[in-house]
Every structure is written in structure tokens, then in C-alpha cells.
Design a protein around this ligand. Sequence first.
Ligand code: SF4
Length: 368
Amino acid sequence: MQNTIMRHDWTKEEILEIYNRPIMNLLYDAASIHREHHNPNQVQVSTLLSIKTGGCPEDCGYCPQAARYHTDIEGNDLMSVQQVKAQALRAKAGGSSRVCMGAAWRNVKDGPEFDQVLEMVRTINKLDMEVCCTLGMITENQAHRLAEAGLYAYNHNLDSSEEYYKEVISTRGYQDRLDTIDNVRKTNVTVCSGGIIGMGEKLEDRAGMLVALASLNPQPESTPINALVAVDGTPLEEQEPVSIWEMIRMVATTRIVMPQTQVRLSAGRTSMSREGQAMCFFAGANSIFAGDKLLTTPNPDVNEDMKMFELLGLEPMRPFVKKAQPESVEAQYSAYKDQGEKPKWSRPEHKIERNEQAKQAAKALKTS
Ligand code: SF4
């Protein structure tokens, strides 16, 4: 039987042993732990909304929104509060309990755009939906401002192991990710942090990422597991898709080392069959992203998901089941003000050959 005590000292070797178990044992072990901590027939449904798309200064090798690569992404300035409200209402009607707003920023800067995001948070929280943001690195004061506005969760993915992270991103360091998560932890906002498989990493890197996530104390309240969607023009465009078995193993292993976390099936669901997704739910996934787009990459349509739920006897989870709804403090009463912060987050700027090549190819296309 599994050790279901909450542990923060998992080793890579222990996690690899779990990941590589015979699949029947792995599924049984993960499903048993899942049932101890969660209702196995409830799945949380989140809608991911890109509130500011493209033009990002970072060089994440998997991302079509990085300005330096040539992709088909159409950039958009920050959406208005009214546009976001309309999308949130649509998401709620489609069964989503959470709206996750993503902006293609390196980090948050105090100023009118951040004030607008805070207003979006207040507006969605008042619709009685959980609000999540993914805005890049944030300071402690910015985390408090988001918390006061009524933010429920902040997403900041570790992406991979610390070692492999350096092979994918050169414009910021792993420690900045951990520091941002730490800043979020100084508030009541819950932490959402996970990663991507299929970027060319070794199994040791997948285990290394889970060591880093499981070591956080408390562990993240939610962990997205993404399968890379290789987009033309990005440095990772030629990566082979991960198999469903790798996804199932990753989900099951995440469930075992982080028993209370909501494990989210994220990018890459379009290439998974219903049977494959059902196996992932059995293995402990209990959250999905809904909507036909995941920021910029395709995702199953809401109706398709609801049909799958009906077929599997699953029901969408109500909002605020795991934690009470935060109150939104209006801007004028906020205890945390705009401090005009211009934090200096690190820029390792080491050379990643494939990132350089993708950047040069984009430059060549622009000048041709
Ligand atoms: S993943 Fe985020 S930070 Fe990285 S390039 Fe894309 S939008 Fe920018």
C-alpha cells in the first residue's frame, strides 16, 4: 500500500521508481490515493483566457507568443474589463468554475495595465467564479494587491527540472520562479504550478520537476501537466508528441507524490482520445481546461467535454469547494498601493542553440 502521508522530501529515485511501476500497479496505487483525498467523479473545469497575447520578450522554447520567434500568433493588447466579463459569463454558462487569465508578460509592472487586471479580478470574483492569473514574475506587494482584489489562485509553472529549464529558457532563472511562488505564499492566494512534458527532457527531469513541486511546503493546490504542443517556428517545433502512456504515468506519479493537489490535464488534450483521458482521470487527474483555445493552441470544444463527462459519469466541481471565496477590496480601500516597482529579475542569457536558430530563422523571414 502507498504511503499517503504528506511528504516534502521525495527523492528523484523514489519518484522514478513510481513512474516506472507496471502500469496496473501504478494506476491502482494512484487511484487509491486519489479516492482518499478527492471525489473521483468530480472534475474541476477552468477556462483559460489570453487577456494579452503575443509580443512577449522572453525566449521560452515552447511558446509561440515569444516575439523573437516567427509563428502565426496574432498579438493583442490587454483586453478591456468588459470583454473579460463577457468571456467569464460565457465560461460560467459552459460549466467552468474558474477563469484563468494569462498575459504574455515577463513580469508584472505597477501601472495602469496592472490596475486594469486587478479590476478584472474584482469583476470575475463578483461573478462567484474562482479567479486565477498567470502574469509572469510578481513581487510580494503585487501578490498582496492581487489577493486584495479577490484572486483565488496564481499560476507560475516550474516547467521542468532546474537542469532542463536551462535548456529551454535563457531569459530568466529557476530561482525567480520559486521566489514568485514564495511571494504568492505570503498571501491567501493558492498556488498553481506544474510543467510540460515532451520538450526533449529525460525521465529524470520529469522526476526532478516533481521533486521541486512536492518539496514546496505547502504543496501547490493545483498542478497542470501539459503535453507539449509543438508549434511551427518555435525552437521545439520538431519535438515528437508524447504518448498517452507517458501522460498517464506522469499524472499518476503526480497524484501519488502530491495527494491533495488538483492535477490538471492541460495542453495536449486535443490529441488524447476519450479513453486516454478517462485513464488520466482514473490515475488522479481532476481538473481540465475548457474552451477551444488554450491561450493560443487548440483545445477540445466545451460541448465535446460535456459529452465526455456525461459518458464517464463525471460532474464539474462547484467553485470554492477546497477554499472559501476571497473578498474583493475595492481599489480605493486597498492597503497595498502601487509602489512603482521595477524589480530586477535575473537574466542568465546563456546560449541555447535551438532558441538562437529559431530567432535567426524568424529574422531571416522578416527580411526576405
Ligand atoms: S511562456 Fe509566457 S513568458 Fe514564456 S514566452 Fe510565452 S508568454 Fe512569454
